[in-house]
Ligand binder design. Structure first.
Ligand SMILES: C[S@@+](CC[C@H](N)C(=O)[O-])C[C@H]1O[C@@H](n2cnc3c(N)ncnc32)[C@H](O)[C@@H]1O
Length: 181
């Protein structure tokens, strides 16, 4: 999907929460923070799949990735990715995070999230983070990229170790929070 189409999507749907697809620098920084020690991954807010495709490049042949995307046009784009390790769900993470066991993954090693927490009500914001913490395997990570570090204190409340980095080479710049359970 082109940058222009991404902009059109956000004009129609404020919950998209970004004015453009993540830059290659953001994707590179996310992959660096994610590392390679994972097999079962969940993605929140996969958009048109720019991060999804990079995760798949690094995922083992028997790994699995479940990608949530609320916007149906983006979900349709994601379904064009032809990879049997990927499952795309056109569902709301606020609801779905309440029961991640339902996904049937043997465990969750990492959750990568681009959903815009700023447009989510404070109670639901905390709920998503707590539910995600509960679902992640011990030693696993919750990787969050956002325009603001708003959720940093909530992540610090639950996770053992939280690192914050900044990627300015994006319109707009992103904060990247890596929370380890
Ligand atoms: C900042 S964009 C990131 C898109 C893509 N991952 C990227 O890096 O370019 C956030 C995405 O989260 C999706 N989203 C927002 N709220 C969501 C929710 N509650 N559940 C699932 N997806 C959501 C939006 O539709 C949008 O595609």
């Amino acid at each position: 999907m082109s940058g222009f189409n991404f902009l059109k999507a956000v004009i129609k749907d404020y919950k998209v929460g970004a004015i453009t697809v993540s830059s290659k620098y953001v994707v590179q920084s996310l992959m660096k923070e994610l590392g390679s020690d994972f097999k079962y991954i969940v993605e929140y807010g996969a958009g048109d799949g720019i991060v999804t495709k990079e995760i798949l490049k690094r995922l083992s042949a028997d790994g699995r990735l479940v990608a949530f995307e609320l916007n149906k046009d983006f979900a349709a784009e994601l379904r064009k990715i032809n990879d049997n390790r990927l499952k795309v769900l056109n569902d709301d993470v606020i609801v779905a995070s309440r029961d991640l066991k339902k996904l049937g993954l043997p465990r969750i090693d990492a959750v990568v999230s681009g959903i815009p927490f700023t447009v989510i009500k404070p109670k639901e914001r905390s709920e998503v983070i707590l539910n995600t913490y509960s679902a992640i395997n011990k030693g696993g990570i919750f990787l969050v990229y956002q325009y603001t570090p708003l959720v940093l204190p909530i992540l610090k409340k639950f996770f053992k170790k939280v690192d914050l980095s900044f990627e300015p080479r994006n319109f707009l710049p992103y904060f990247i929070m890596r929370a380890k359970k």
